[in-house]
Design a protein around this ligand. Structure first.
Ligand code: F3S
Length: 282
């Protein structure tokens, strides 16, 4: 079996930076808590636990003295609340997410109603909503936006995206919104807040998936960018999503001549190496 890695895969600079900052802060503070998981990957979270970085789900569970805001960012209300409780805040918000937050906040200040193309339950999107003013909303469905809001509230509109969405999906969404609202609007401003690291991983996965008999996507099942990588590959070729080498069902891949590997932006290098080693033994 020939195994080939996508030319770009695995940990992105935003997650690497967050890990570095969390490790550094853990050394200074002894132990540390993150509000929500630092990244959506079990293996990576277990490694952090070993270094004294623990994840909690709510502000009330925080024991201090320091708390980490994940690479997905948080709303300004949450940060203020943490600081108000006297906690030292280690803000590892990815620079790409921070840029999207600033864009949402600036357009809201200018009086635009902000529409975020994204999953309203995702941590990053909840943070973006907090930055984007009281008229902000998040959706993945242009129809629900058009049916749910009176067009009079959408006369000046700013559209941004959750950083890890697919460019094709965001384009389609923006086209649908424009087509339906342009006659009722004075202004529709679309800002591309998609993350380039995600786009490059997607493009590399597509390129590889077209040339292999099967793809293995390594990453957390709750990781938004990993799920989208798997969906993209599955539309092209047989695809298996695993979080670690232990989950790989080797029998399903036996007999394949060429297998491609890609991994989500929060997948540790060791997970990729373990899967690759297991495949090479087949
Ligand atoms: Fe940042 Fe993109 Fe990674 S938004 S955390 S560089 S996937």
């Amino acid at each position: 079996m020939q195994i080939e890695r996508a030319r770009e895969l695995g940990l992105c600079f935003g997650v690497r930076r967050a890990l570095y900052m969390a490790h550094d802060a853990a050394e200074r503070h002894g132990t540390l808590q993150t509000l929500g998981p630092l990244a959506h990957n079990r293996v990576l979270l277990a490694e952090l636990e070993d270094h004294g970085v623990h994840s909690v789900d709510s502000i009330d569970q925080l024991a201090g003295p320091a708390v980490v805001i994940s690479a997905h960012g948080a709303s300004p209300d949450v940060t203020a609340l943490l600081q108000g409780r006297g906690l030292a805040v280690v803000d590892t918000t990815c620079p790409n997410v921070a840029a999207a937050q600033r864009i949402g906040a600036n357009m809201a200040r200018e009086g635009l109603a902000i529409v975020i193309y994204g999953d309203s339950r995702h941590t990053e999107v909840r943070g973006l909503l907090g930055w984007s003013g009281e008229n902000a909303l998040a959706t993945l469905d242009a129809d629900s936006l058009l049916q749910g809001c009176p067009t009079s509230t959408l006369t000046r509109l700013g559209i941004i995206a959750q950083t890890t969405q697919r460019v094709e999906d965001f384009t389609l969404f923006a086209q649908q919104v424009c087509a339906s609202l342009i006659e009722h609007s004075r202004e529709i401003r679309i800002i591309n807040t998609l993350c380039d690291a995600t786009r490059r991983r997607q493009a590399a996965a597509v390129e590889l998936a077209r040339t292999v008999d099967a793809m293995v996507v390594i990453g957390g099942r709750t990781s938004a960018n990993t799920k989208r990588l798997a969906e993209t590959c599955a539309a092209i070729v047989e695809t298996h999503l695993v979080e670690s080498a232990e989950e790989l069902d080797a029998e399903q891949l036996r007999g394949k001549r060429r297998v491609g590997l890609t991994a989500g932006a929060s997948t540790p290098d060791a997970s990729i190496e373990h899967v690759e080693a297991l495949l090479s033994r087949l």
